[in-house]
Write a new protein. Structure first.
Length: 323
């Protein structure tokens, strides 16, 4: 999402597995897809590959680019057929066109980049279908005034101070259950489409990095050099609720991957000490902390977070190629 929060490495080979530690003899046809967590919204420099890339807020140094270089250093060459990741993408934008912000046109379905030769499909998606941006706006009065962050609070009449209780019972819980059901259904459809369009590829989904730490008192102090709290005015009592929502999104994604013989890359566990509230060690930019691109991070990976994503994605690709 151009600012949405919004959260797969898809990889498999039909050819016989190479020996452990051996690089494939030929470049591996690869497509990157997904939302702002693949595009790495906020990480400079903004891609100037095309207007579409610019208005997808796709970084020229996103984790697909960094992971590709990491693999090349180890003798593994990816033939990058396309990077179609786009901020604001929901799962259904895999098979439907996506409108760009500011009336800048639209981009075709992301699956159009797949070919019969594609062997890897890498991306993160699901957070926007869930509506995590609406969860954030429900829990933050400050974010309700941020027009750049798309979406509306789930129940505008309900005060942000009571959002924790809202999502744990009644209408808020019903809304969440419905959104999670939609995420699961859409992920299943996406994985089937990948199989049909690229029979040689096996889908593997990359999860989202952790936003809220176990010790939420760390969220009550600004990061070094910052004046805003990392989670802005989100009530401390609601922070564990947001964390449980994120864990549930991971579980739904992992379940869909398992149902389709796909891999799942777990970033949540890897970033337990690199949350938005971990000060100098944070891998997630604070909600209202400004990125080097002069836009609020809205809880997206910073450069440290991008590097962690690239590390885990590159590791998983190596594992897949050596099976």
């Amino acid at each position: 999402m151009y600012a949405a929060i919004a959260l797969g490495v898809c990889a498999a080979l039909a050819a016989p597995a190479v020996g452990a530690g051996a690089a494939p003899a030929d470049p591996v046809p690869t497509v990157f897809f997904g939302d702002s967590y693949t595009a790495n919204y906020g990480v400079p420099p903004l891609s100037d590959e095309s207007l579409d890339a610019a208005f997808c807020f796709r970084s020229a140094e996103n984790h697909p680019a960094v992971a590709t270089r990491r693999l090349a250093d180890k003798g593994v060459t990816l033939d990058v057929q396309a990077d179609v990741s786009c901020s604001g993408a929901r799962v259904h934008h895999f098979w439907e066109k996506q409108e760009l912000p500011f009336s800048r046109g639209e981009v075709p379905p992301q699956q159009d980049a797949l070919t019969s030769d594609t062997r890897l499909a890498v991306g993160t998606v699901g957070g926007n279908t869930l509506g995590f941006n609406s969860v954030l706006k429900q829990c933050s009065a400050a974010l309700r005034n941020q027009s750049l962050l798309p979406g509306e609070p789930v129940a505008p009449a309900e005060p942000a101070s009571e959002c924790g209780e809202f999502f744990e019972s009644g209408d808020g819980k019903l809304w969440l259950d419905g959104r999670f059901a939609q995420v699961e259904a859409d992920l299943n459809r996406m994985l089937v489409n990948i199989r049909n369009l690229s029979p040689k590829a096996t889908p593997v989904l990359v999860g989202y990095p952790r936003l809220v730490p176990e010790d939420t008192t760390k969220c009550l102090t600004p990061a070094p050099g910052q004046t805003q709290l990392p989670l802005a005015d989100v009530p401390q009592a609601a922070m564990p609720v947001m964390d449980r929502i994120q864990q549930r999104l991971d579980e739904v994604t992992k379940k869909a991957a398992a149902a389709h013989d796909a891999d799942f890359v777990d970033l949540y566990a890897r970033t337990a000490t690199n949350t938005a509230c971990d000060g100098a060690d944070r891998a997630i930019g604070g909600l209202l902390e400004h990125s080097p691109n002069h836009l609020p991070w809205y809880a997206h990976p910073n450069e440290k977070g991008r590097d962690i994503q690239a590390e885990k994605v590159a590791e998983r690709i190596e594992e897949i190629l050596n099976r």
